[in-house]
Write a protein that binds this ligand. Structure first.
Ligand SMILES: *Cc1c(COP(=O)(O)O)cnc(C)c1O
Length: 219
């Protein structure tokens, strides 16, 4: 299958999963995860109408996205990988949405950079729903306080929560937990679901799904 065909199939399945959950297809945004693929491989997806993309490394994104963004207006680029504070300036300059805010140090660095660059990004707080030691994200019980700090003290535009459930577990309970935490924070957007489980995530209320290999193929 071509990238265009795979993109069509993912779009069709997103729409079906949304309807199944009594939601409208437009309520779910597809974030096409293009990490490890070069500009040449990404261009067909853009030509096929895809505008929202996710990348997990700042450095790698710098090598391809300034050019791709210059070619096509209206691209929205999401950072979905861990961010170090020494990369905050670069990240604020290149990305439109950062989904991986998970500690005070990075929240402060982003707040400072956004003022400096006069750019206001939408942000998600990443939650480590599985309490995995090797995984980024704030622990569930600290989420409400952290979101309050980001919003009230730092003035950040926290629009959503994001999670990556443990690879070897049923993702449903993790999606449900993220939705519950969002309710407690008064947050509307939920970034959850990848190639293997995006339909499940939509059933649990995902407003965006991050799909890579189902569109671009194996990495
Ligand atoms: C790579 C990645 C994805 C996409 O994973 P696929 O299984 O290829 O769809 C989604 N979210 C994050 C945070 C990722 O790093």
């Amino acid at each position: 299958m071509t990238i265009e065909e795979r993109l069509d199939e993912v779009r069709t399945r997103i729409a079906a999963a949304a309807r199944e959950a009594d939601r409208t297809p437009e309520a779910v945004t597809l974030v096409a995860v293009s990490k490890t693929f070069d500009a040449e491989a990404i261009r067909p997806a853009i030509l096929h109408g895809q505008r929202v993309f996710g990348e997990n490394r700042v450095q790698e994104s710098h090598g391809k996205w300034p050019e791709l963004k210059a070619e096509t207006p209206g691209i929205e680029l999401h950072l979905i990988g861990p961010l170090q504070s020494n990369k905050a300036a670069e990240a604020v300059a290149l990305f439109d949405v950062i989904e991986t805010v998970d500690r005070e140090k990075i929240a402060r660095a982003l707040a400072e950079e956004m003022v400096k660059q006069d750019r206001r990004l939408r942000l998600y707080v990443q939650v480590n729903t599985g309490l995995e030691p090797q995984k980024a994200g704030i622990v569930p019980q600290d989420t409400v306080d952290f979101v309050t700090l980001c919003r009230s003290e730092l003035g950040l535009d926290i629009v959503g929560l994001m999670c990556i459930p443990p690879a070897d577990e049923n993702p449903g309970p993790h999606f449900a937990l993220l939705a519950k935490l969002a309710g407690q924070c008064g947050i509307e957007r939920l970034s959850m679901g990848m190639s293997g489980d995006y339909e499940t995530a939509i059933a649990f209320g995902a407003t965006s799904v991050r799909v890579g290999s189902a569109i671009f193929g194996h990495r």
